[in-house]
Design a protein around this ligand. Structure first.
Ligand SMILES: NC(=O)c1ccc[n+]([C@@H]2O[C@H](COP(=O)([O-])OP(=O)(O)OC[C@H]3O[C@@H](n4cnc5c(N)ncnc54)[C@H](OP(=O)(O)O)[C@@H]3O)[C@@H](O)[C@H]2O)c1
Length: 303
C-alpha cells in the first residue's frame, strides 16, 4: 500500500483496480497556458511520490493539431523517468474529442475513429493495452450505441483493459453498461460545488457500484476562487481546519459516495500534493450538512 506522510493513502475502486481516492488530472499540463515539460514532469513525479495511482488524460489534451496526444506522451515520459515502480498506476485516457487547432473542441464518435484513436493512444502511452479507456463525449451525429459498441470491441480485442464513459446522462450510463455487457467501470462527468447538475449520475453510479470521476472538481482551471465567493461555507471550514479550500471541496466530494474519485487538474507539484491530503481530511457531520446545504441553496437560487 502506498504511504502518504506516514499514513496509507485512502484507496477506492475502478472496476477491479484499487487507486488513490484522489487522482491527477493532466489537462492543465498540455492545453493553452501549459507550463514547460520540466515542471509538468516534476508535477507528475510529485503526485507519484505522494501516492497518487490514478492519472487522467485524453488524446485531445494538446494545444494545436500538431501536438495531438501531448498529454499522453508527457505522462508516458514521466512514468518512464520516475525512479520507482509504476506498475500499479492506472492511466485513464479518452477518445472522441478532436482539437482542430483553432482552440475549439469538436467531436468524432464514429466507431472507426475510436478504433484508430485508441490504438494511437496505446502507442503514445507505450502500452500493449490501455488501463482505462473512456468515451470522451457523446457525438450527436453518431448513435450513442455505435460509439459505445466500438469501446466494447476494443475491450473484447484486448486493446483496452477497462471501459468508461464521460459526459453521460443516466440513460446513457444504463445503455453503455448494457452494450458493454455489465462491464462499465467508470463515468467521468463535470461535478463541483458550483456544478451539481451531475448529482443524479453520481447517485446512479453509487447504486450500480460504478466509479464516478468528477471533472473540474474545483470549479475548473482558474475558477476555484469563484467557489469560495459563491459558497462561503467551504472557505469558513477551510479556515477553521487550517487546510486549503481545495482540500475541503475534494473531501466534500469524497463524502458523497464511496464510488467518487475526484481528478483535480494540476500543473504544479504543490497543487497535487495538497489536493491528495483531502483523502485524509475527515469532515464532521455538521460540516457536511453545511456544505451540502450551501450547494443546494445556490442551485435553487440559480434556477
Ligand atoms: N471528461 C471531460 O470532458 C473533462 C473536461 C475537463 C476536464 N477533465 C479532466 O478533469 C481534470 C480536472 O479538471 P480541470 O483541470 O478542468 O479543473 P479543476 O481540477 O477544477 O481545476 C484545476 C486547477 O486547480 C488548481 N489546483 C488544483 N489543486 C489545487 C490545490 N490543492 N491548491 C490550489 N490550486 C489547485 C490547479 O492549479 P495549477 O495548475 O497551478 O496546479 C489547476 O489549474 C482535468 O485535468 C482533466 O483531466 C475532463
Amino acid at each position: 500500500m502506498t504511504i502518504h506522510e506516514g499514513n496509507p493513502v485512502q484507496q477506492r475502486l475502478i472496476g477491479p483496480r484499487s487507486v488513490s481516492a484522489i487522482g491527477l488530472g493532466g489537462m492543465p499540463m498540455s492545453i493553452e497556458g501549459r507550463p514547460d515539460t520540466e515542471r509538468s514532469v516534476a508535477t507528475i513525479h510529485a503526485a507519484l511520490d505522494a501516492g497518487v495511482t490514478l492519472i487522467d488524460t485524453a488524446d485531445a489534451y494538446h494545444r494545436d493539431a500538431h501536438d495531438v496526444g501531448h498529454n499522453e506522451e508527457l505522462i508516458a515520459e514521466a512514468l518512464r523517468s520516475y525512479g520507482g515502480d509504476t506498475s500499479h498506476v492506472l492511466v485513464a485516457t479518452k477518445g472522441g474529442h478532436v482539437r482542430p487547432g483553432d482552440g475549439s473542441w469538436t467531436l468524432d464518435g464514429r466507431p472507426e475513429h475510436l478504433q484508430a484513436a485508441a490504438k494511437a493512444s496505446a502507442q503514445r502511452l507505450g502500452v500493449d493495452a490501455i488501463g482505462l479507456y473512456q468515451f470522451h463525449r457523446p457525438d450527436p451525429k453518431v448513435p450513442y450505441a455505435d460509439s459505445v459498441g466500438a469501446v466494447r470491441d476494443l475491450l473484447d480485442a484486448g486493446v483496452i483493459q477497462l471501459a468508461g464513459i464521460s459526459n453521460a446522462t443516466v440513460e446513457q450510463i444504463d445503455l453503455a453498461n448494457d452494450i458493454l455487457g455489465g462491464r462499465l467501470v467508470s463515468v467521468q462527468n463535470q461535478f463541483s460545488p458550483t456544478f451539481t447538475s451531475s448529482l443524479s449520475e453520481l447517485d446512479h453510479c453509487a447504486e450500480l457500484g460504478i466509479a464516478f470521476l468528477p471533472w473540474s472538481p474545483l470549479g475548473g482551471i482558474g475558477r476555484t476562487a469563484s467557489v469560495a465567493e459563491s459558497h462561503p461555507a467551504f472557505r469558513r471550514i477551510a479556515e477553521e481546519r487550517g487546510v486549503s479550500l481545495q482540500q475541503v471541496i475534494l473531501a466534500w466530494e469524497l463524502s458523497l459516495a464511496p464510488v467518487v474519485i475526484p481528478i483535480p487538474g494540476s500543473s504544479r507539484p504543490a497543487s497535487i500534493t495538497d489536493s491528495l491530503r483531502a483523502a485524509d481530511l475527515e469532515l464532521t457531520a455538521d460540516d457536511l450538512t453545511s456544505l451540502s446545504s450551501a450547494t443546494t441553496t445556490t442551485e435553487q437560487e440559480q434556477q
